[in-house]
Ligand binder design. Structure first.
Ligand code: HEM
Length: 508
């Protein structure tokens, strides 16, 4: 009898071990090798699959080595931002694959195929978020299916033109407050060196919180902003762990700090949400910000919106909007400082349209030079340099039938610097290319991507950029400081690694 039980137990254990061995072998070897075979049959090229890490270690090592030092003052940033993809494109052409661990990423640099991918969001879906993605960009940014459709509909009014128009005076006022501080710093000096990174970050955080996300600046929102900086710092450090399955549970200091910052952010947002819910129940009006719109939906049982949904949208909007807008604004400041002739043309235009008056929405539409500079900055320095889509079943793309369980990757920065797409001067600053407007330009600007899942905040970001540039140019001129080190680094978003040191002068 005992022997029979022992035999059964051993058999069950052996079966369980066998099952997991087959599962692991399939996941880490047979499935990747099978996918690779299918891609090669389609004539696509890339490195052979290497177990567990694929190309990932090389990608990280190459990027680390190339970003360890500053670069010359050039706008050709691809050797630094996407060095591995650039090398692969030189070797294999506009379609190639890279192994991100066991996941095959088919990189596509053909604008026609990219357009097709973006126009079919139900087949080319946003990849399921890992823990890092959840922390940095949850909510609408990464949701899918019904939740996405529902939340998008609820939040749409936050991005309507009348709402954007109402934002302009608030952005101008916040700029003027910042400029008053600069004036004090300049009191008896001709020029002063400033790191624009914290200045612009604080400004846009304030603007977005107050006008878009929660409609308030409070102790909680200030703390959330600090925590966001912590999360950003940790996310850069954590990139190296992300190939380990279950890295979120590893006992590293960086993971602990990230988790603590994430949890604290959630409870602070919850506090703001609960407080506002109480106010609304007591008759407070809907301010039209994201929090109010979500809470209104939450109070309507039929909407199916939970309190967790409200918290998650507010938390993620605290990250998504201000972060990307800060980064692009920073690179616009850099390009204006680096190209004084364009800075002057932009300033002349601003004075022609507004004189000494505060910028307003009607005038912003007339700013042609400022708009050209803005789009050229968004082309050369897109905050998001790369994005991915997943396919979970065999899918046709162009004349290829792609196998299931791969991702397609669109390397925005590489495409924006590609002379085959943008012409011989693709790596140079030339706002003239947008003289006929961005929509009339034959090339597709991918900074906000495209199709139904394109950036919801695109028009808002444009309004913010133009208002900030116009207001700042009325009061100051900018020059690159001799101590500025050009070190763009892509750590989730494009960042100037050593800050953005500019010499600021009063414009007399
Ligand atoms: C210059 C500044 C900005 C840039 C470069 C930018 C870029 C992007 C990119 C690349 C995506 C991904 C789209 C995709 O996966 O196809 C995205 C999505 C999104 N962005 Fe922005 N963004 C900016 C500003 C903003 C602002 C100001 C907001 C809101 C306050 C915002 C809200 C969103 C949302 C909600 C999504 C998800 C859209 C969806 O999946 O339906 N963004 N953005």
């Amino acid at each position: 009898m005992d022997a029979k039980i022992a035999f059964t137990v051993i058999s069950v254990i052996a079966l369980v071990i066998l099952r997991y061995t087959i599962k692991l072998a399939n996941r880490y070897w047979f499935r990747p090798k099978n996918i690779e075979k299918r891609l090669r049959e389609l004539g696509l090229k890339g490195n052979p699959y290497r177990i567990i890490f694929g190309d990932a270690k090389d990608v990280v090592a190459m990027r680390r080595q190339l970003t360890s030092k500053p670069m010359e003052l050039s706008d050709d940033i691809t050797p630094r931002i996407l060095p591995y993809q650039r090398l692969m494109a030189q070797k294999y052409g506009k379609k190639f694959f890279i192994w991100f661990g066991t996941k095959l990423r088919l990189t596509i640099m053909d604008p026609v195929l990219v357009k097709e991918i973006l126009s079919r969001p139900n087949e080319f879906r946003k990849p399921k978020n890992d823990k890092m993605g959840e922390v940095l960009a949850g909510g609408l940014f990464s949701s899918d299916g019904n939740t996405w459709t529902k939340h998008k509909k609820i939040l749409n009014p936050s991005f309507h033109m009348d709402k954007l128009k109402n934002m302009v005076p608030s952005i101008v006022e916040s700029c003027l407050e910042m400029m008053a501080k600069w004036n004090m710093a300049l009191a008896s000096k001709e020029s002063v060196e400033m790191d624009m990174m914290p200045e612009i970050e604080t400004l846009l955080n304030y603007v977005m919180c107050k006008t878009v996300v929660t409609g308030e600046i409070s102790e909680e929102t200030k703390k959330i902003y600090q925590l966001r900086i912590t999360v950003n710092q940790q996310s850069g450090k954590l990139a190296k762990f992300m190939f380990f399955p279950g890295w979120w549970h590893l006992p590293f200091q960086e993971v602990k700090i990230m988790k603590a910052a994430h949890n604290e952010t959630q409870s602070l947002v919850k506090k703001i949400v609960t407080r506002r819910l109480g106010e609304m129940k007591n008759g407070a009006s809907n301010k039209g910000d994201i929090l109010s719109l979500m809470l209104e939906a939450y109070q309507d049982e039929a909407s199916g919106v939970s309190l967790h949904d409200v918290i998650e949208e507010c938390r993620s909007f605290h990250f998504v909007g201000p972060e990307s807008t800060t980064r692009s604004q920073i690179w616009m400041m850099y390009l204006l400082a680096k190209h004084p002739e364009w800075q002057e043309r932009a300033r002349q235009e601003v004075f022609k349209v507004f004189g000494d008056k505060k910028p307003n929405m009607e005038g912003l539409h007339q700013l042609k030079i400022v708009t050209m500079i803005m789009y050229e900055a968004l082309r050369l320095y897109p905050p998001t340099g790369i994005f991915h889509r997943s396919i979970s079943r065999e899918t046709k793309l162009g004349d290829m039938v792609l196998p299931a369980w791969i991702q397609v990757t669109i390397p925005i920065t590489l495409m924006h610097h590609d002379p085959d797409i943008w012409g011989k001067d693709a790596t140079q600053f030339n706002p003239e290319r947008f003289a006929e407007g961005v929509f009339n330009s034959k090339m597709q600007l991918l900074t906000f991507t495209g199709g139904p899942r394109k950036c919801t905040g695109q028009s808002m970001a444009v309004v913010i950029h133009k208002t900030v540039i116009a207001t700042l140019l009325q009061g100051f001129s900018f020059e690159l400081s001799p101590s500025y080190l050009h070190a763009p680094k892509h750590s989730f978003l494009l960042t100037p690694l050593h800050g953005m040191k500019l010499l600021v002068r009063k414009f007399a």
